[in-house]
Design a protein around this ligand. Structure first.
Ligand code: GDP
Ligand code: CA
Length: 324
C-alpha cells in the first residue's frame, strides 16, 4: 500500500483491525515531504504512519507525538534561527536525531526506518518509497513580491513544507515538482512487495503530493500496472472537498478538479494504462462512473475506528472480488 501521512495512517489503523494478525502489510511511504531542518532529517509521512500505528501519535493534532512540548523550537526561535514555522517537538526531535545520526553513519533511509520501527512496532512493514533524496517543491510567485525584468512576478521554488505549513498552501501553485525524482529508484523491497501482493490499496492519501509522488519513483508505476494483484483506491475527496488539508490546492496545480470523479479519472482504469480496478467513493458521490473501473459508494469519513474499519473491509472485499 502506497501511503502519505494522516490519510494513509488512519486507513491503516482500520485495515489492521480487519485482517488476521499474520497478514503481511507493506506500506510504501512518501518521502517527497522530507526536509532538513536545523541539521536534522525529518520524514513527516513515515513518522506519521509509524507513530499512529505504534500508539505514539498526538490524536488531537494527527501529527507529531502525544504529550509533546516545544522547548527546543522556542529556544531556536529565541536565537532567531530560521525556519521557525515548522512544528518540531522535543520528543519528535529524538527520532530525528537517531535518524540523522544513522544516515550520517552511512545507513540508507530504509534501514534507518526499520531501526526506528523496532521501537514502535507498527504492525506493518514500513518502507520508504526510495532511499534517494527526492523532495517535492512548489513553484509560486515570489511571496516577497519580487518581479522579473519584464515586470511579471518572479517565480520561486519553495520546499513543499514551506508552501504547506508556512503558507497553508495559500500561494497558487504554478507547478509541483519532485526535485531529484528522475534519479530516485525504489528502496529495497518496494518492487518485490508490489509484484507479490495479493491486493494493492491506494488509501485516501493526497493524490498529488503523496500517491502522485510515490508513483514517480522509477519503475513503480510499471510495477503496479504489471502486478497480478487488483488495485483498489479510496477517494480522499468527499462531496467536492478534501476531508482535511488542502489537497484542492495540489489538484488545481496539476489541472485536476477536486472531485471523486476527477481523481478517479486521473488515476485511470488499469485496462486503459491507468492504475485502478476498483474505486471507493463516499455515498454523496454515488453518481461517479469511470469506464472499466468498479465503483462502489459508502460512507468514507474515517471519524472513528469502526467507520474506518468498514472502509478498509470494503476495500478488501472489492479487491477479493476483482482478483483474477
Ligand atoms: P498527509 O501526508 O498527512 O497530508 O496525509 P495523506 O496524504 O495520507 O492524506 C491526506 C488526504 O487524506 C487528504 O487529501 C484528505 O482529504 C484525506 N482524508 C483525511 N481524512 C479523511 C477521511 O476521513 N476520509 C477520507 N475519505 N479521506 C480523508
Ligand atoms: Ca505528507
Amino acid at each position: 500500500m502506497p501511503a502519505g501521512g494522516i490519510g494513509g495512517a488512519r486507513f491503516l489503523q482500520g485495515l489492521l483491525a480487519q485482517v488476521e494478525s499474520d497478514t503481511e502489510i507493506t506500506v510504501i511511504g512518501n518521502t517527497g515531504d522530507d526536509i532538513w531542518l536545523h541539521g536534522l532529517r525529518v520524514c513527516p509521512d513515515l513518522d506519521t504512519v509509524m507513530y499512529t500505528l505504534g500508539g505514539g501519535i498526538s490524536v488531537e493534532r494527527g501529527w507529531g507525538r502525544e504529550g509533546e512540548t516545544f522547548t527546543v523550537k522556542d529556544e531556536l526561535a529565541a536565537y532567531g534561527v530560521e525556519p521557525t514555522w515548522f512544528g518540531l517537538g522535543d520528543r519528535d526531535i529524538a527520532t530525528h536525531l537517531v535518524r540523522t545520526r544513522m544516515l550520517q553513519a552511512g545507513y540508507p533511509l530504509s534501514a534507518v526506518t526499520e531501526a526506528l520501527c523496532t521501537r514502535w512496532q507498527p504492525g506493518v512493514r514500513l518502507l520508504p518509497m526510495t532511499d534517494d533524496r527526492a523532495e517535492t517543491h512548489v513553484i509560486v510567485d515570489d511571496p516577497d513580491g519580487a518581479v522579473a525584468d519584464d515586470g511579471s512576478p518572479q517565480r520561486r521554488a519553495l520546499h513543499f513544507q514551506e508552501w504547506w505549513v508556512r503558507y497553508r498552501a495559500s500561494l497558487p501553485a504554478h507547478e509541483i515538482v519532485l526535485v531529484g525524482g528522475d534519479e530516485a529508484g525504489p528502496a529495497p523491497g518496494v518492487l518485490e512487495a508490489i509484484a507479490t501482493a495479493d491486493a494493492i490499496i491506494l488509501p485516501p492519501s493526497n493524490p498529488v503530493v503523496s500517491i502522485g509522488t510515490i508513483l514517480q519513483v522509477r519503475g513503480l508505476r510499471d510495477a503496479l500496472r504489471d502486478s497480478g494483484a487488483p488495485v483498489v483506491g479510496v477517494s480522499p475527496i468527499i462531496g467536492g472537498r478534501p476531508v482535511r488539508g488542502m489537497a484542492d490546492a495540489c489538484l488545481s496545480a496539476i489541472g485536476v478538479e477536486t472531485s471523486a470523479q476527477a481523481v478517479g479519472e486521473h488515476y485511470g482504469s488499469r485496462q486503459h494504462g491507468g492504475l485502478l480496478d476498483g474505486w471507493l467513493v463516499d455515498s454523496v458521490d454515488d453518481e461517479v462512473a469511470i469506464p472499466d473501473v468498479i465503483v462502489e459508494a459508502l460512507p468514507l469519513l474515517m471519524s472513528d475506528p469502526e467507520s474506518t474499519g468498514r472502509i478498509a473491509a470494503a476495500a478488501l472485499h472489492l479487491a477479493e472480488r476483482l482478483r483474477p
